[in-house]
Structure formats: structure tokens, C-alpha cells
Design a protein around this ligand. Structure first.
Ligand code: MIC
Ligand code: SF4
Length: 643
């Protein structure tokens, strides 16, 4: 039997089910990662499971999202995560050590292993040949406790890369091309596997840029083979022992196949306000730019920043451009400092931030009113930058750097000097893990310190037999978790405080929604396609839970958010006939009867009593998820099944 890379890893980790496309399977998780903004909830949930020590091969808790520390809440969270990690067998990556995905690739990722992370860009690990998947915090907590993780056995998309990238074209342009072809909903329940001669020409960090942004396709994961390029990278990270070769068998069968001729690619951008609104840089060249930001888990590697430093060498940042760089890790920053590249950046006029997510999650550096910002990041959802009317373009580091000099969007392949810039992977990366704190050998004596901002997570209720609730908000297609639970410098410190956060739930779509939910004692959300795309933040389910939301009726859901709703006992219902979306209106009264029976049969009839109309909806979930919903959420389900 011939297998794809994905199938080989799944086969080695399969605990429940069979590798039949579209069916639910449970896989064993080797490694987990959390970051601070989803981590506090994940560890509160882990503590509730009363498992003394993690059962994974390696679990790492990163602090990278919120490091502004504008009040005590933030550092309180860090201390909670540090102490809970020490107690339960988890490595702790201190603030300043870098962005979880970048550091995980550098220091911990192992080809052929599975990685589950409470961050949607966890699939970055696929650049190293891991099956790396993003999930809600609760699912990660379960994996730390030794439980398997459930996915729909994915379709596997073969992306064959042929030819060689031209000068000025980057691996970022490859993933932007994939996004152009598949859109932000094209990856749901799919893994994108990269093969072909073009793969060999891409270094691990370049591969990681591609697997990182597979998250924007909505894909379960993206993966590259583990080959000599991987071995070279691991060797230079002092981790050759972690190498295993992993390639697809010659006759492996794929569900969908595409070919990208790298030599035909041109520099691309994702235009406002979606990662799949792709345009050639040429078509938008000449547009005046106010801000340029280099960094994020997509493009903050040593190679990325070396390219930028060398393009800017001896040049000046354009007069009207604010240029900011957030290195991906301490390793990257340290190497740039030692080899002089950091001096080149500073000399040119760059503003250097500490190693972390920074502007990518709206933690500072918001653009000016109606400003134009070029970013090497992965998401350009409206308002995510912190400026509601800013236009954010997602580009490669090359495009960012040349545009920083000219002050207008500039095609790097038009810049002659550019052809002299050839960055090679270094002979050795600088290895110093002194910002990674290992867990205590014996954790029972470690005291877990919880600051006053850390509030308990809201409790779910058993599924009701009859739901009578009003439609409290109606939203369109592609609503992101940034809409449902916005994140910015003001809100991120409250990620451990759901009551506080819930006052902001869905406010970018409808500022009155939280109050309306309170006035009506909860209700129902109506949505279009791909509801909940983007982040893995469980808060996008926990805040609605706190506000008494019983069901979301949508045309379709994004994978992680749908799981988060189910885990928190909220019904994810899908219109059988999409036209019925038009029937439901704000404040319509909805009656759902025989709920338990309907969930079991996976279809329900709901009644819009305001319109006197019956509407059929599907409950498109697995049998296991039926039981989770019937028990009022994953924690209750685990308690019941453990007995
Ligand atoms: C993001 O890029 O939106 C985040 C912030 O990294 C999130 C996690 C979060 O909301 O904390 C993600 O992608 O999962
Ligand atoms: Fe951090 Fe941005 Fe990456 Fe999310 S997408 S993990 S906020 S750098």
C-alpha cells in the first residue's frame, strides 16, 4: 500500500477509527504548545482534570502574544503559566524568547511526530515534517492529559512545486498563490502536502512560511517532507538526532492535485481585508505606504530578517514610512546582533520591537487613520491592526523591504540591486536555551500562583430538551474570531477573565449584541459561510457561552471554532437549505423542540414563530460529538466517561 506523508503519520498515531476520508479519527499527540493568550484558560482546564503530570513527549508553554504589561493582569498571567508549567511537567518559554511557532521549529519540532497547539498557526510545524494542528485550549488540555485528539480524516491535497523561484519572488508568494486558488474556505478538512522538485530548493524556514499560512486556507494542516534540507536545518540547530526521513510513497493517492510552476510566480499581495484577496504587486505598485511591519510567525526567521537587513544596508527608510521589525525569536535577534545585521536595520531607520507577536495581534503599532500598512504577517482582517479603517496588505519580506525604501508599494523583482542578495542558511544557528525553563522533577511541591484577574472558566449546562430563544445577531459570510472575540492591546490582558471579555463579544459586527444577550437571557446567533474562521481562541465560544448563547445557525463553520462550540455545549447548526438564512431576522423567536433526539439523529426542525415558518437544520457532527453535546460540553463528557 502506498501512503502520503500525512497518512504515514496518522497511521503511526491512530488510536480510534480508520483512515477513511470524512470519518472521525482519534490520534495520539506527541507534543503540545500553548501561548499566553489561550494558555491561561487551557491550564485552568488542565488543572480541572486533576492529572498531576503531562503525558506527552514534550509540552511547551510560550509567552509571546501579550507582553506589553500595561497593568498587573498580564504579568500575573505569565506567573500563573510559569508556575503551573513547572508543576505539571511543561517547559516554559519566557517572554522575549520568541513566537511559539518560530521557537518550536528551531528548538523542539520533530519530523514525523504530532503536535497540537492552542493557536491556529500551529501547522507551521509542518515545515519540519510534523503533523501539526491548531485546536482550542480545552482540546490541548485533554491532549496534555494523555487524551487523543479527534479530526475528520482529511482529504489530502497534493501541491506539486516545479521549477525555481525567480529573484525577488519568495516562499510567501507560493502560499499567496495557493490562497488565490483555494480561498479562505478551501482548506476545510484538508491537509496540503507539498511535493516535487521545487521543494528541495526551499529551506525549512521558507517551508514554514507556507505551512504557517495554510491556517488561512482553513486547512487542518500543511506538511513538507522531511529530507536532507530538514536534516541540514536540524543539524545546524544541534538537533540532528531528531531527524527521520519522511516522504510520500511514489504511488500515494491524493484527493486533489495542483501544480505550481515556481518560475512563473510573481511577487503577490493579499489585499484588504482578506488573506485570499490576491493581487500581483505590479497591479498595486506605486501606492503610497504609511507603515511597514516585518515579523509574525509567518516571516520572522533569521533568513527573512537577513534578507531585509541586506536590502536596507546603507539605505534610508522613506520619509513618510514608519518601519518596524519584530524578530521571531531570541535566536534570530541574537544572531542579527552578532553579525551586524541588526546595526544595518537600525541604521536604515527601523524601529526594533521585542521578539513576539506584537503588531500582528494589535499589540501596538496600529496604523494611522485610513493608513496603508504593508505587513509580512498572515492575517489582514478588518480592524485587526487596531485601526478600523486601515488597509493592510500582506506581502513578503522582500516586498516589504524594497517598499520601505521607496515609500510606495514596489515590486522587488524590479529592483536591480536585489539580484545581489543571496542569503544562505548559516553554518550553525546560535543555540542558547536559557529562556526556556524546564519543569520541576517533582512538581507536587510547586505552588501555582493565580493573580486576581484569573477568573474561573464559565460552566456549561446540560443540553435542554426545548430551546425558546431570540435571534440576537445576524452576520454574513467569513466572520472571523477577531469579530467574535476581538483582540487588541486593551482586551488581551483580560483573556483570563471571560465576564469582562464578553462585553466585547461580536461588537465589531453589532455593538449592542452583548447587552441584547443580557436583556434576553441569552439567545441564538445566525451566520453565513465559514463562521469562526481564523484564530483558535476558545474565547470565541466561551464568551457566547457566558452570554447564554444556545446555538449558532450558520451556512457553514470553520473547523476549530466548530469544535470549540461543541466542547462548550453550544449547538452548531447548519441550514439544510441555505435560502433559509434569508428568513431569519434579528429578534425573531426560535423554538427548537426534541433537541436531544434531533442531535442524535443529526437533524432538527426549528420553528421561527415570528414568521410562522419551519426550517430544517443539520447537526453535522460525529457520534462522539453528539455525546459531548448531550452531556453539556467536553469537560462534563470526560467526567461521565471516566466514571
Ligand atoms: C491569532 O493570530 O489570531 C492568534 C492571536 O495567534 C490566535 C490565538 C489567540 O486568539 O490567542 C490564533 O491564531 O489562534
Ligand atoms: Fe502571533 Fe500573529 Fe502568529 Fe497569531 S498570527 S501566533 S498573533 S504572530
Amino acid at each position: 500500500m502506498a501512503y502520503t506523508i500525512t497518512e504515514k503519520i496518522i497511521k503511526n498515531h491512530l488510536v480510534v477509527g480508520d483512515m477513511i476520508r470524512g470519518t472521525e479519527i482519534g490520534i495520539r499527540i506527541d507534543q503540545t504548545l500553548t501561548q499566553d493568550s489561550t494558555g491561561t484558560m487551557a491550564y485552568l482546564q488542565f488543572e480541572a482534570m486533576e492529572v498531576p503530570r503531562v503525558k506527552t513527549k514534550r509540552s511547551v508553554a510560550y509567552i509571546d502574544h501579550n507582553m506589553l504589561q500595561t497593568g498587573p493582569e498580564n504579568m500575573d498571567d505569565h506567573i500563573y503559566i510559569q508556575t503551573v508549567a513547572k508543576k505539571h511537567g511543561i517547559y516554559y518559554s519566557k517572554p522575549g524568547n520568541g513566537i511559539c511557532h518560530q521557537v518550536n521549529i528551531e528548538r523542539f519540532g520533530v519530523p514525523g511526530q504530532t503536535l497540537l497547539g492552542s493557536d491556529s498557526h500551529t501547522p507551521t510545524g509542518g515545515g519540519l515534517g510534523m503533523l501539526a494542528i491548531g485546536a482550542g485550549g480545552l482540546d490541548v488540555a485533554v491532549a496534555m492529559a494523555g487524551g487523543e485528539y479527534y479530526i475528520t480524516m482529511p482529504e489530502i491535497v497534493k501541491v506539486e512545486l516545479i521549477g525555481k523561484l525567480n529573484i525577488g519572488v519568495a516562499s510567501k508568494d507560493i502560499i499567496l498563490e495557493v490562497l488565490k486558488r483555494f480561498t479562505v474556505k478551501g482548506g476545510i478538512n484538508r491537509v496540503f502536502e507539498y511535493v516535487g522538485e521545487g521543494v528541495q530548493g526551499l529551506t525549512v524556514p521558507e517551508r514554514a512560511t507556507i505551512t504557517n499560512m495554510g491556517a488561512e486556507l482553513g486547512a487542518t494542516a500543511s506538511i513538507f517532507p522531511s529530507d536532507l534540507v530538514t536534516l541540514d536545518f536540524l543539524t545546524k540547530q544541534g538537533r540532528a538526532k531528531d531527524y527521520v526521513e519522511l516522504t510520500a510513497d511514489k504511488d500515494a493517492k491524493y484527493d486533489v492535485e495542483i501544480t505550481i510552476d515556481l518560475s512563473e510566480l510573481r511577487p503577490l499581495a493579499a489585499c484588504p481585508h482578506s488573506p485570499d484577496k490576491i493581487s500581483e504587486i505590479k497591479a498595486i505598485a506605486g501606492k503610497k505606504v504609511n507603515q511597514i511591519a516585518v515579523g509574525s510567525c509567518t516571516n520572522s526567521s533569521y533568513m527573512d530578517l537577513m534578507k531585509v537587513a541586506n536590502i536596507l544596508d546603507g539605505k534610508n527608510i522613506a520619509e513618510d514610512v514608519s518601519f518596524v521589525v519584530a524578530p521571531g525569536s531570541k535566536q534570530v535577534l541574537n544572531m542579527l546582533a552578532e553579525n551586524g545585521a541588526l546595526a544595518k536595520l537600525i541604521d536604515a531607520g527601523a524601529r526594533i520591537l521585542e521578539c513576539g507577536c506584537g503588531p500582528c495581534i494589535g499589540m501596538g503599532q496600529s496604523p494611522n487613520t485610513a493608513g496603508i500598512s504593508l505587513r509580512t504577517f498572515n492575517r489582514n482582517f478588518k480592524g485587526r491592526s487596531g485601526t478600523v479603517d486601515a488597509d493592510v496588505y500582506i506581502v513578503s519580506p522582500e516586498t516589504a523591504a524594497v517598499s520601505a525604501i521607496t515609500g510606495v508599494i514596489t515590486d522587488p523583482s524590479d529592483v536591480v540591486e536585489f539580484s545581489q542578495i543571496d542569503i544562505k542558511i548559516p553554518d550553525m544557528f546560535k543555540i542558547n536555551d536559557n529562556m526556556v525553563i524546564p519543569p520541576a522533577e517533582e512538581g507536587s511541591y510547586v505552588e501555582v500562583i493565580k493573580g486576581p484577574n484569573i477568573k474561573p472558566f464559565p460552566k456549561t449546562e446540560d443540553l435542554q430538551e426545548r430551546i425558546v430563544k431570540k435571534v440576537l445577531v445576524k452576520v454574513e459570510d467569513n466572520i472571523t474570531t477577531d469579530h467574535i472575540m476581538p483582540s487588541n492591546a486593551k482586551l488581551l490582558p483580560y483573556r483570563s477573565n471571560i465576564p469582562y471579555l464578553s462585553d466585547y463579544c461580536l461588537t465589531p459586527c453589532d455593538p449592542d449584541f452583548p447587552q441584547r444577550a443580557k436583556d434576553n437571557n441569552g439567545g441564538i446567533i445566525v451566520a453565513g459561510h465559514n463562521y469562526g474562521q481564523g484564530s483558535s481562541r476558545e474565547h470565541a465560544a466561551l464568551a457566547p457561552l457566558y452570554l447564554g448563547i444556545k446555538a449558532v445557525i450558520a451556512k457553514s463553520f470553520a473547523r476549530i471554532h466548530k469544535n470549540n462550540l461543541i466542547n462548550n455545549g453550544i449547538l452548531p447548526l447548519v441550514f439544510t437549505d441555505e435560502a433559509d438564512y434569508d428568513v431569519l431576522e434579528l429578534m425573531d423567536e426560535i423554538v427548537i423542540e426534541y433537541v436531544k433526539n434531533g442531535v442524535e439523529k443529526k437533524e432538527l426542525t426549528i420553528k421561527d414563530t415570528s414568521k410562522n415558518k419551519e426550517i430544517k437544520v443539520k447537526v453535522d457532527i460525529s457520534d462522539r460529538q453528539v455525546q459531548i453535546l448531550k452531556n453539556g460540553g467536553l469537560i462534563n463528557y470526560i467526567k461521565v466517561t471516566k466514571k
